[in-house]
Write a protein that binds this ligand. Structure first.
Ligand code: ATP
Ligand code: MG
Length: 365
């Protein structure tokens, strides 16, 4: 087993990536990548996992594989420093999932709070729950352990998945001997970045809820989302009325995104967010001013991402090669782990012929 610092992280190709991914995960990945402190950084496009709740629409998943890679490259994920790979092309993950399924009870799986919420959201409670969807936390454990990852940077909704992974790793190592690396979740320090709400104020910005600002949205669309849809304080009718900043999506986004430097550039009336919030609470600060400030910050964040995306969009051949080469490397890494797992489980019949001697001795007894 390795003592290395290895990262595994990833996304479901169910849509283009959004601001929630950016603040909750992507930004951190780029920082980790540039820190030079890691032995390997693996980024998995979880198309098999996406199929667990999109079995009737594989075309959607196929289309979004390229969108997600483009989003990665556009935020600054560097294929020279990270391995970007596609889940379905890594057969070791399927085998590991199959073995890990035996180490977790259906009762335990039904207690996963994120999966429970997702089942409700997708209407599976009434329509019937696909077994694959129900068990996806097990396949996520396969993803993590196949890369020997000890560090898993994720948003808050993924914490129950890491807890599940801990239990499976602990049980596997107990039964079969020390084989798998115990992973650790890394979530953003800033609370709003852990789970960015949707523009509609719903608990989470999510591709499946259609309440997103996408990293690839143009300036006009972003402005429309903020001015047209973004939830503020319904009791703040006149500019002079005192307002609430908690539960006010504009301020939540500012919490997640703005720095003191942004005030210098776009809103020099205040030195920092605390001063701005205090004015809003007192009354006298209008939603229009707040939204305009947010739009400026969003533009400053998104404009370079859009420009980088446009460059890669013009060379999809190169993007394809990045994905193909990353996936080929990942096949090797994950196959090595599977071989180690099979040895530990004593189902490595064809590694060599030593089992022939073992069987002969058994039959002579
Ligand atoms: P889906 O609706 O298909 O599940 P999603 O928007 O939840 O899509 P995922 O691909 O499931 O996105 O999540 C990828 C990563 O991004 C995970 O680490 C997750 O925690 C993080 N993430 C997703 N949405 C948010 C959000 N709103 N705020 C912070 N992090 C998020
Ligand atoms: Mg999700």
């Amino acid at each position: 087993m390795s003592e290395k610092n290895i990262i595994l992280t990833g996304d479901r190709p169910t849509g283009r990536l959004h601001l929630g991914h950016y603040v909750g995960s992507l930004k951190r990945r780029v920082e980790l990548q540039n820190s030079g402190k890691f032995d390997a950084i693996n980024i998995l496009i979880a198309d098999d996992q996406a199929l667990t709740d999109n079995a009737d629409n594989p075309g959607k998943i196929r289309d979004n594989v390229i969108q997600v890679v483009l989003d990665y490259l556009s935020v600054g994920i560097d294929p020279a420093k990270c391995t970007i790979c596609v889940q379905s092309a890594l057969p070791a993950l399927h085998a590991l999932t199959f073995y890990y399924m035996n180490l977790v009870s259906t009762a335990r799986l039904s207690r996963n709070p994120t999966v429970k919420a997702e089942i409700q959201m997708r209407g599976f409670a009434d329509e019937g729950l696909p077994a694959g969807f129900f068990a996806y936390p097990v396949s996520q454990t396969a993803d993590i352990t196949a890369f020997d990852a000890n560090i898993v940077p994720v948003g808050e909704d993924q914490l129950p998945m890491i807890e599940q992974a801990h239990e499976i790793v602990e049980k596997f190592n107990r039964i079969y001997g020390e084989t798998l690396v115990m992973p650790k979740a890394v979530i953003p320090e800033n609370e709003t970045q852990r789970r960015l709400p949707g523009v509609d104020g719903k608990a989470k910005m999510s591709k499946s809820l259609g309440n997103c600002i996408y990293l690839s949205d143009d300036a006009k669309t972003v402005k429309k989302q903020v001015n047209g849809k973004m939830f503020t304080d319904p009791q703040h009718l006149q500019i002079s009325d005192p307002g609430h900043t908690e539960g006010n999506v504009v301020f939540t986004y500012l919490d997640a995104l703005c720095t003191d430097e942004h005030f210098g550039r776009y809103l020099p009336d205040y030195a920092n967010l605390e001063e701005m919030k205090a004015h809003y609470r007192r009354g006298g600060l209008g939603d229009g001013t707040c939204k305009k400030f947010l739009i400026n910050i969003l533009e400053e964040t998104l404009q370079p991402i859009r420009a980088e995306r446009a460059k890669w969009e013009a060379d999809i051949d190169a993007v394809y090669d990045i994905l193909r080469e990353g996936t080929a490397r990942a096949v090797e890494t994950t196959n090595e782990t599977l071989a180690r797992v099979r040895r530990a489980m004593r189902i490595n019949y064809f590694d060599d012929r030593s089992i022939v001697k073992e069987w002969e001795a058994l039959l002579k007894k």
